[in-house]
Design a protein around this ligand. Structure first.
Ligand code: GLC
Length: 437
């Protein structure tokens, strides 16, 4: 395992670009928001300075309204589409004047990442001083979410683009895309020059992705207009779990820092409401898991994905029966004999595709969250299975972006997919090996 950990460090150091990390050379040549958070957790174990810089660089690209973009385009690159010229973040009056970025965001991991860094740190005083210099930016980001993305005042924020979810091409979005009829765009895909097309979204899916951005751009990325007009408006259980977890982390960190009573009260209030709505609106009693809600078309999306289990990461499930229900569904549908935990999409559903990105493969960041959640609720055996499965697939195939969930495939074929030497796979593997949680 020491060898694997050294390999993971090599991957992180290779992808480090003096102030931030790329998720994967060529395929993703800029800084991505939630990747940055997971990467910082990995670095915190052996190079706290880089972990701190990673987050500081991301937060330096924050907009004046508190928004943190999903990609920050620090450098020029022609290996990625759509780049800064397509996204045109400068259309928004409060966007960063220093950094070009996208006009959409990604799951709000930064709060809980700061707390992880504190927990890992061997120099708590220095790390807390660093956190003190960053934390208000993260708080501002949470204020942005609740003030701009919760039109019904439910404590649940929406995403307006599938890329905001982080789970880009999940079947969850299929029915929403079916309500749209985007034009056929002329563009040159870059991702499929790095990765086999069978492992990536289709061109038609890209038409939908670009169309939603174009609608937002027509209105200079105005949140109000997006809420009114975007064909894609979803309350995502994973995204909201991350926000709740980060609220909780900010409460803990503000308490360590001292003072900040009003902020702690506000964060507590947000979380009380959010947890309630997660358990009423996003919890499906029949399926016994959390589901996405299509806010534009006002209906739940009754698919089971790895995001459906993610609320255990943030103590959202309240009763033991509820937690048991989640774990039972996970084992029953995702945990068959030939299956590594945890596929990104329900393997018993006909839309499951074991090779295609978020339509089936195992992702290490989701496994990391599920592992933490299962441990927290005392499901140690299942937690260990998730952890050991993660270590096994990485050891067998390398630091891939995602992996086939079918064990038998790993015995005979290449079973790591997407980009290789992928940063968060490496970073979270280090954490799984080092952190005695
Ligand atoms: C893909 C993933 C997304 C990730 C990005 C960079 O788009 O779906 O979650 O942030 O790659 O790694």
């Amino acid at each position: 395992m020491k060898k694997l950990e050294n390999e993971a460090k090599r991957v992180l150091l290779k992808n480090w670009k003096d102030g931030f990390s790329v998720p994967c050379a060529n395929l993703y040549p800029f800084q991505w928001k939630w990747d940055s958070g997971f990467i910082a957790i990995g670095f915190a174990h052996f190079d706290m300075d880089k972990a701190e810089k990673e987050i500081a660089t991301l937060l330096a690209a924050q907009w004046d309204n508190g928004f943190i973009p999903h990609i920050v385009f620090h450098t020029e690159s022609d290996t990625y589409f759509p780049g800064p010229d397509f996204h045109q973040s400068e259309l928004h009056p409060q966007s960063s004047k220093t950094y070009k970025s996208t006009g959409m965001t990604q799951p709000p991991v930064t709060g809980f990442v700061l707390e992880e860094m504190y927990n890992i740190s061997t120099n708590k005083t220095a790390t807390l001083a660093y956190i003190n210099s960053m934390i208000d930016k993260v708080y501002h980001n949470h204020t942005y979410f609740y003030e701009n993305r919760d039109p019904n005042n439910e404590g649940l924020v929406y995403i307006y683009h599938n890329w905001e979810s982080g789970t880009d091409n999940s079947p969850i979005w299929d029915d929403i895309f079916a309500t749209m009829n985007p034009p056929h765009y002329e563009f040159k895909r870059r991702d499929t020059t790095h990765v086999d097309a069978s492992e990536r979204p289709t061109n038609r899916e890209y038409d939908h992705y670009l169309h939603i951005i174009n609608i937002a751009k027509e209105h200079n990325y105005s949140d109000e207009k997006i809420a009114e007009l975007s064909p894609f408006l979803v309350q995502d259980p994973l995204f909201n779990t991350m926000l709740i977890k980060s609220n909780e982390a900010l409460i803990n960190l503000y308490k360590l820092i001292g003072g900040n009573v009003d902020k702690i009260a506000q964060l507590t209030q947000w979380n009380t409401k959010a947890v309630h709505s997660m358990n009423t609106k996003l919890y499906d009693k029949d399926l016994k898991v959390y589901v996405h809600y299509d806010l534009r078309n006002e209906k739940p999306i009754p698919f089971i994905t790895s995001s459906s289990f993610s609320p255990i990461f943030a103590n959202i499930a309240t009763t033991p029966e509820q937690v048991k229900g989640l774990v039972d569904v996970m084992l029953d549908k995702f945990g068959g004999e030939d299956m590594y935990l945890c596929a990104s999409f329900d393997p018993t559903n006909e839309l499951f595709n074991p090779k295609k990105y978020w339509r089936g493969p195992v992702w290490v960041n989701l496994n990391w969250m599920l592992y933490r959640g299962l441990r927290k609720y005392g499901y140690n055996e299942v937690a260990d299975r998730v952890k050991n499965d993660t270590l096994e697939i990485v050891e067998k195939s390398g630091f891939y972006e995602y992996f086939d969930a079918r064990k038998s495939v790993h015995l005979t074929d290449k079973a790591g997919y997407g980009g290789g030497d992928f940063s968060w796979t490496a970073a979270l593997l280090i954490d799984l090996l080092q952190n005695k949680i």
